[in-house]
Design a protein around this ligand. Structure first.
Ligand code: ZN
Length: 194
């Protein structure tokens, strides 16, 4: 299975992904591919929805460099105890070149599992807290611009429309399947992992 990053407005980006009930070699391989794709694209996080998988896993490294910073592969994350509020700039590998200010809790408590089945339970803050919240949102089908103020969102509307025009024109000529077909194609993943 060769994964690739899907762009806005691919419908899988709006799917609420399902919890993972099984970890196998294929899943470990897909997580490794997600890390490769993230580093190649110079990102700091990548969620399953962004590689067309409707299951709850994301990878992150706030340093954005392999071998540097903290590399995380998290399954079935849950975020609790949001504290504080801070605004910061965000971008997204599914929206190349689009950036905007997003207000989020400053710290959160993260509970999740790693690929070995070990539980992760810690309080995170700073940039890592922002990255984790952004990626966790993807698993719920939420995009960062959903959390921008209307005023800030207006500034990126043209860029979003441009990406939509490109995607929809590819669908019209059959280069990309219809939204219905793309969503139906996710079923085998639920059978395998959810
Ligand atoms: Zn993103």
């Amino acid at each position: 299975m060769q994964l690739s990053i899907i762009p806005h407005p691919h419908p899988t980006l709006r799917v609420r992904s399902k919890p993972i009930r099984r970890v196998n070699k294929e899943l470990r391989n897909m997580a490794a591919q997600m890390l490769d794709l993230m580093y190649e694209a110079e990102g700091v996080g990548l969620a399953a929805n962004q590689v067309n998988l409707p299951i709850r896993i994301f990878v992150a490294n706030p340093a954005g460099e392999r071998g540097d910073g903290e590399e995380l592969v998290l399954l079935n994350p849950e975020l609790q105890m949001p504290k504080g509020n801070v605004s910061g700039q965000e971008g997204c590998l599914s929206l190349p070149g689009v950036f905007g200010q997003v207000k989020r809790p400053k710290s959160i408590r993260l509970s999740a599992f790693d690929l070995k089945g070990n539980s992760v339970d810690r309080v995170v803050d700073g940039f890592l807290a922002r990255v984790i919240q952004h990626e966790n949102d993807h698993l719920d089908g939420v995009m960062f611009y959903d959390r921008m103020t209307e005023e800030a969102k207006r500034e990126i509307d043209d860029q979003l429309h441009e990406l939509e025009t490109v995607f929809e024109s590819k669908q019209k000529v059959g280069g990309i399947d219809s939204d219905e077909e793309l969503i139906a194609a996710l079923d085998p993943w639920y059978e395998k992992y959810a």
